[in-house]
Write a protein that binds this ligand. Structure first.
Ligand code: SF4
Ligand code: SF4
Length: 255
């Protein structure tokens, strides 16, 4: 029975792929994006998050916190445990919806990811992943119905500066995945402080026939409060204005 470290399972999700989906967030990611919206998914093990504004000072931490001030993120679950959750909403998935395995980087827990996909496919559930494409595992990728991949910054040095890793492999993996014929949605989180060269990214993607959509996602500061709760240094970025997004959208050729 394969077990994995799960950060969260969100039901009725409408932002993690087509239709209504259950999103399974796995812990562990080899990247360290400065703007990460899920910083609680970067470390592999369980972590305690502390929200002081919710603390009522009861002094009963040893019994478990009932006010939501101290929350442990990360729970070991078996494939069967997760599948049970996924099946709860099967009636709502319809033809488009299903399960999205996200993170963190889902390929960082390869064996668990593989077995979870197998279990969902055995139940004929549409399977998608959200991935940084830092890992390329053809055997697993081939089983998927959809890959939602990030290409965050075009310039290699800037990519390394803001994510901790180079992007040469990521670009190569996106090209290889295109050859496999799995439908892809590629996404870029838009951060006005960084010269991401969205025109270059878009031009690269327009030559790949299995990229069905290129999406620009405005930076969201959701991760900042979570970073504080994890006692990590928080880096602030600007939420792009509607005008800035419109400017960037001009470069998007695939919709
Ligand atoms: S149990 Fe929760 S609310 Fe009570 S002191 Fe501990 S952190 Fe604060
Ligand atoms: S790849 Fe995703 S989960 Fe990993 S650090 Fe970047 S934003 Fe966070």
């Amino acid at each position: 029975m394969t077990k994995g470290m799960v950060a969260d399972i969100q039901r009725a999700s409408v932002h993690d792929g087509p239709g209504i989906r259950t999103t399974v967030f796995l812990k562990g990611c080899p990247l360290h994006c400065a703007w990460c919206h899920n910083p609680e998914c970067i470390e592999f093990g369980p972590q305690t998050m502390y929200y002081p504004e919710k603390c009522i000072g009861c002094g009963l931490c040893h019994q478990g916190c009932f006010s939501g001030a101290k929350v442990v993120c990360g729970k070991e679950m078996s494939v069967e445990d997760v599948l049970r959750q996924v099946l709860l909403d099967r009636d709502y998935y319809g033809e488009e919806g299903g399960v999205t395995i996200s993170g963190g980087e889902p390929f960082a827990q390869k064996a668990f990811l593989n077995d979870l996909i197998d279990a969902c496919k055995a139940e004929e559930i549409h399977c998608a992943v959200e991935t940084s494409m830092i890992v390329y595992d053809e055997e697993i990728l081939k089983k998927l119905d959809l890959v939602m991949a990030d290409l965050k910054i075009w310039d290699n040095d800037l990519h390394r500066k803001y994510t901790g890793v180079e992007n040469t492999k990521i670009k190569e993996h996106i090209e290889r995945l295109n050859q496999l014929g799995i439908p892809m949605i590629v996404r870029t989180p838009v951060i006005p402080e960084i010269d991401q060269q969205i025109d270059q990214i878009s031009s690269f993607l327009s030559g790949l026939k299995n990229v069905k959509q290129y999406e620009l996602l405005p930076y969201h500061p959701l991760g900042e409060a979570k970073r504080e709760a994890l006692r990590l240094a928080a880096e602030s970025f600007t939420i792009p204005s509607a005008e800035y997004m419109r400017e960037m959208e001009k470069y998007v050729f695939i919709r």
